[in-house]
Design a protein around this ligand. Structure first.
Ligand code: HEM
Length: 135
């Protein structure tokens, strides 16, 4: 599977979970887990969707297996971070180390995404395409 497809699919699942969470918070009038809801939506929906757009616009990177690994790490990191933040904000101290470790995983994965983006693509290394039609 391409990294962009995985990003878009995971983003949709995250926004469904994130918005249901928001509705439950609103109905119950209990906003204590609001930071976890915000992280799920921003890391899970917004960031994954942006990764998907980037990968879709850069087909050579999209096909790179490392891009797929980057998206999977982000998905798992986001879920674990959300659980950790949710536990920490609902009075369970065990959530703090979970949030701490997963935040470092997400940071490392952001660096991996940066490396994939800053690296020069094979098409770029080949030089600019000629706009002059072949004779
Ligand atoms: C049906 C959809 C949604 C509902 C019902 C909902 C509901 C809520 C509620 C009740 C709060 C707590 C507000 C407070 O206590 O001050 C909140 C906070 C927040 N939500 Fe949502 N939300 C939804 C979707 C989203 C989405 C899609 C995003 C991001 C893309 C998002 C990002 C945030 C953020 C960043 C906060 C924290 C705001 C702050 O710090 O004051 N939410 N949401």
């Amino acid at each position: 599977m391409k990294a962009s497809i995985l990003s878009f699919r995971a983003a949709v699942l995250m926004v469904i979970a994130g918005t249901i969470w928001g509705i439950v918070m609103g109905i119950s009038q209990d906003h204590s887990t609001m930071p976890a809801h915000a992280h799920l939506n921003l890391l899970g929906w917004v960031s994954l969707f942006l990764f998907g757009i980037y990968y879709h616009l850069h087909p050579a990177v999209d096909l790179n297996r490392l891009a797929l690994v980057q998206v999977w790490i982000w998905i798992v990191g986001t879920i674990v971070l959300t659980i950790g933040v949710g536990l920490a904000h609902s009075g369970h101290a065990v959530g703090e180390p979970i949030a701490a470790v997963s935040s470092l995983v997400v940071l490392a994965d952001a660096l991996l995404f940066g490396w994939l983006g800053f690296r020069r693509e094979p098409a770029e290394l080949a030089g600019p395409r000629s706009t002059v039609p072949a004779e």
